[in-house]
Design a protein around this ligand. Structure first.
Ligand code: NAD
Length: 464
């Protein structure tokens, strides 16, 4: 084995490595007992502490924390508990006639020692979500949460320490150096959620040990508003999805492509809903969050300044306050194609609106960019919807809604190419943390007897 003695996390890695078969051989009841302990910690013991940590880190409204963090994690645990027995069972498969005399099955065995690196935008959900899958699949886990949300990360470490010994699950807090040191170790699987740029770094590090990876990345998720759409309903759902968590969501609608004939009506409907959601004063509204750090605030401010310089129309918003990291919900149209807002993933409360004359132009626009994590379609016309799905590629799609496909445990969640590799949630998460081991048992004389040398006289042997 390579010499890792100077790596600060090698000892931890070795402890988990030694413990992996004990953890991996636990039956499903023991795995469920662990999930129950996590459930109790999230739903009862630390519920208020989680709300408080997220208020401090992200100004997150309590209801949003309940819905998008606590409820989401509890939902993941309940789903895993319901189906774990089935997922862990041997999956019998047919055996071809040529292999007569044998039986075959697949068993999902744990990958072993896994690393979860998570982002800051939904710190608990995006750390404990994969953790639930990893535990269900019988792995030991090292977690590296984001340094951008220090209160959430410290609380996660406390929660994990209260439930697990470090040779089973451990949290490493730290910045890029900590991530880099962890990535140098030969984990059996790395589950990374974050930006495509860092995703490439993770994949390169994984390649050194041929560790398998799940990369949950981001990108520019388009929303198409067709002329047949119910514009008020579409505007309501898009405004909610875009400004939830202040637009800091991987599946947030990044930009809208709207049919030119309904553009004005659609923008008017968006403004009406924004006024209604935040009572005309988003800054004072308890339903509206803040940007995570000044660094991210400055990045978004650069996008706004660039749009202004290029003469874009600010339909609403544009007000900012660096001291409180406040950025108003902002709708911008008439952007030049080279505007940063149309080039970079926005990940903030700014929504560019681009109009198109013909649907083919919208599809060409989408297909000229890397494949997105999500693509949303607002249309009452089934032919149009089918045409959009058939002529684009995306990790997932919601029709006449946004973001909510994420919440269905029965759907695989993840991107495609630039927006991610591999899937998570429910069975797909369990699968990501498992090796599908093929097992074939020969139980009687079979056709394979004819395989053995000498290879002469095959016809005679068959005739015998
Ligand atoms: P990020 O890639 O900057 O950081 C994610 C994690 O990687 C953090 O824990 C960070 O400490 C670590 N990291 C950062 N730089 C690193 C480096 N050079 N080497 C090793 N590790 C490093 O992402 P972020 O800013 O935390 O989150 C925003 C991004 O995540 C957006 O692109 C968003 O779309 C994406 N995202 C994707 C999903 C999904 O499920 N697909 C969910 C949430 C966020």
């Amino acid at each position: 084995m390579e010499d890792f003695k100077d790596n600060p996390y090698f000892e931890l890695f070795c402890k988990q490595q030694e413990n992996q078969f004990y953890i991996g051989n636990r039956d499903y009841k023991a795995r469920i007992a662990v999930l129950d302990a996590l459930h109790k910690a999230i739903a009862v013991t630390y519920r208020e502490a989680i709300q408080l940590a997220l208020q401090k880190d992200l100004g997150k409204p309590v209801l949003e924390t309940e819905l998008t963090e606590i409820y989401a994690i509890i939902g993941d645990i309940k789903h895993a508990k319901t189906y774990l027995h089935r997922w862990m069972r041997k999956q019998k498969v047919a055996t071809p006639i040529a292999l007569l005399g044998s039986r075959s099955h697949i068993c999902y065995e744990p990958k072993g020692v896994c690393l979860i690196i998570s982002p800051w935008n939904f710190p608990f959900n995006l750390t404990f979500g994969p953790l639930i899958s990893a535990i269900a699949a019988g792995n030991t886990v090292v977690i590296k949460p984001s340094e951008m949300t220090p209160h959430a990360s410290a609380l996660m470490a406390k929660i994990i320490e209260s439930i697990f010994p470090e040779d089973e699950v451990a949290v490493v807090q730290g910045e890029v150096e900590a991530s880099t040191a962890l990535l140098a170790l030969p984990f059996h699987h790395i589950f990374f959620t974050g930006s495509p740029q860092v995703g490439k770094i993770v994949m390169k590090a994984a390649a050194k040990h041929l560790s398998s990876v799940t990369l949950e990345l981001g990108g520019k998720s388009p929303t198409i508003v067709d002329k047949s759409a119910n514009l008020s309903r579409a505007a309501k759902k898009i405004m909610w999805a875009k400004f939830l968590n202040c637009g800091q969501i991987c599946v947030s609608p990044d930009y809208v492509l709207v049919d030119a004939s309904v553009k004005s009506e659609f923008i008017a409907a968006c403004k009406t809903w924004l006024q209604h959601f935040y009572d005309n004063q988003p800054k004072a509204s308890s339903s509206y969050g803040r940007i995570v750090t000044e660094k991210h605030f400055d990045r978004l401010q650069t996008y706004l300044d660039n749009a202004k310089r290029l003469g874009a129309t600010f339909e609403t918003g544009g007000e900012t306050d660096r001291a409180s990291k406040y950025m108003a919900p902002t709708l911008i149209s008439d952007l030049k194609p080279e505007a940063l807002l149309l080039e970079e993933e926005i990940f903030g409360p700014i929504l560019p609106i681009v109009s198109y004359e013909r649907l083919d132009m919208a599809l060409a626009y989408i297909n000229a960019k890397p494949r997105p994590l999500a693509l949303y379609i607002y249309s009452e016309n089934k032919t149009t919807t089918r045409k959009i799905i058939q002529n684009t590629r995306a990790g997932g799609t919601c029709i006449n809604n946004s973001v909510l496909h994420y919440a269905n445990h029965n759907l695989p969640f993840g991107g495609v190419n630039h927006s991610g590799i591999g899937k998570s949630h429910g069975f797909y998460g369990f699968q990501a943390f498992s090796n599908a081991r093929s097992v074939m048992t020969q139980y009687s004389f079979g056709m394979t007897e004819f395989l053995f040398p000498p290879y002469t006289g095959i016809k005679e042997r068959l005739a015998r």
